[in-house]
Design a protein around this ligand. Structure first.
Ligand SMILES: Cc1ncc(COP(=O)(O)O)c(C=O)c1O
Length: 469
């Protein structure tokens, strides 16, 4: 049941007023970066960095976002943080991790081994076996430990996969990653070691309950996707499900259609389930995990409330798992094994799959409702023309400010000077072949902070968006 506004007590008084914050500049695209321009291409001979080095050394959208998030959570406690992908502080979840950690420390042998040993680069064998048993038992996925590799987070997994599969091949031809529907996760945007690694399709837009209800939904334009696949230079299709930033959850039918297309073109389909099924299951619609022989599924412990343990899990064809193992050994020897040891009991008894439906899903759904109510109230009163993407999962609302008089980057700047952090929408539209005014009119708002913080942030956003200045 949707709770009424009066059932929630949003204590406005607890919100700190708006002190002056040191404004941080928004991300700078590499071509505008003064550091890069100073050295490359004008001065490329004297650049101490390689081409790849220069690309990685430059400011990136995800770098800026993580900086903002990091400072807001540490040195700027007064900032209203509507910008990051940090999970909420949920007492029951935190207690679960504390309890598991105490149990682990009580088993001294296991605890000592966890801290004192490098594990095999593929991950902890017991963890991998338990994970494969779980997938087989619960979902009848025909996977074995050969199909699984652990990484230091799904961010790393995506980086490895994109660069394993795309880029210039042995024969010299360049292959790319196809994102079937913009906007897509900001964290992928700068992951190609070679430039221009992503091809992204513009979505179709529908209004499920009519435009007057101000809820829209993006849909994959399958004709556009097929056209890209026809070009012949696609190495893999990638989707996040739920999509970060919009909270769109691709239906099973859409996934099957993408999977069939990938099979037809003999390429991989990468499904990033960071917020999705079967865990953490921050999904407000019906959704089931999906497997096929050419599908690479990414899972993460982060959105369960454990971003600090940096643990991602890749499940896919055995040659992919083996290649990831090899990258891990070369780049980092082994993975962080604390997360694997911590959640192992929940994987063995299957309780990992219960945390979502029992705790996370109701919690985030409630937060989503509360944030939507604030948007209706404040943006409605400010007479701003707005619409929200239907909220089907993840931690975000995707707000479309129709006819915004400046870009969402400018809105970000203005809001930052009012001590509110959101993420400008532009950065999620990388890889589009043609400019699209819509991409400058959207922002991502996280609702994982406390409802009063989110509400106050939205109040200030409405004021700034309505201001004529
Ligand atoms: C869609 C998506 N994929 C991957 C990640 C990376 O997660 P992690 O590296 O913490 O597993 C995130 C983090 O926000 C995300 O939103």
């Amino acid at each position: 049941m949707k709770p009424s506004a009066s059932e929630r007590s949003f204590a406005h008084s607890r919100i700190v007023p708006e002190p002056n914050v040191q404004p941080l500049d928004p991300p700078i695209p590499p071509e505008d970066c003064p550091e890069c321009r100073a050295r490359s291409p004008l001065d490329s001979e004297h650049d101490p960095f390689s081409k790849v080095g220069r690309k990685l050394a430059c400011q990136s959208a995800i770098g800026e976002l993580m900086d903002d998030l990091g400072s807001a959570m540490t040195t700027q406690p007064d900032v209203l943080m509507l910008g990051g992908g940090n999970p909420a502080a949920i007492p029951e979840i935190r207690q679960t991790w504390r309890g598991l950690m105490r149990g682990l420390m009580a088993r001294e042998d296991q605890f000592d081994r966890m801290l004192a040993n490098y594990e095999p680069p593929r991950g902890n064998p017991q963890f991998i076996q338990a994970f494969s048993n779980l997938l087989l038992k619960r979902y009848s996925w025909p996977v074995t430990p050969d199909n699984i590799a652990v990484t230091n987070g799904t961010q790393v997994a995506a980086f490895v996969l994109f660069n394993l599969l795309a880029g210039r091949g042995q024969g010299g031809a360049k292959r790319k990653i196809l994102m079937p529907m913009a906007p897509e996760y900001i964290g992928y945007a700068d992951q190609g070691l070679e430039a221009d690694l992503f091809v992204v399709c513009r979505p179709a837009i529908s209004w499920p309950d009519g435009e007057s209800k101000r809820r829209f939904k993006y849909h994959i334009d399958f004709a556009a996707v097929e056209q890209c696949l026809e070009s012949g230079d696609i190495a893999a299709i990638t989707v996040s499900r739920p999509t970060n930033p919009t909270g769109n959850v691709l239906t099973e039918e859409e996934l099957i259609r993408l999977s069939d297309l990938a099979a037809r073109y003999a390429i991989f389909l990468v499904v990033d389930n960071a917020y999705g099924v079967p865990f953490p299951k921050v999904v407000f619609t019906e959704a089931k995990p999906y497997w096929a022989p050419h599908v690479i599924n990414l899972f993460s412990l982060s959105k369960l409330g454990l971003p600090g343990v940096r643990t991602g899990i890749v499940v896919g064809p055995s040659e992919i798992a083996a290649a990831i193992q090899s990258w891990t050994a070369i780049v980092g020897l082994a993975n962080n094994n604390v997360g694997q040891q911590l959640v192992l009991p929940l994987i063995e008894n299957g309780e990992l799959l219960e945390l979502g439906p029992r705790i996370l899903q109701p919690f985030y759904r409630e937060r989503s409702w509360a944030a939507q109510e604030s948007i209706e109230e404040y943006l409605g009163a400010a007479k701003v023309d707005w619409a929200l993407h239907v909220s089907e999962g993840a931690f975000f609302l995707w707000l479309w400010l129709r006819g915004l008089r400046y870009t969402s980057r400018e809105l970000y700047r203005r809001l930052k000077s009012r001590n509110v952090l959101i993420v400008p929408g532009e950065y999620f539209f990388y890889g589009l072949s043609d400019p699209w005014p819509h991409q400058h009119e959207c922002v991502r708002i996280s609702f994982s902070q406390s409802p009063e913080i989110v509400r106050e942030g939205i109040r200030r956003l409405a004021e700034v968006a309505a201001s004529r200045g």
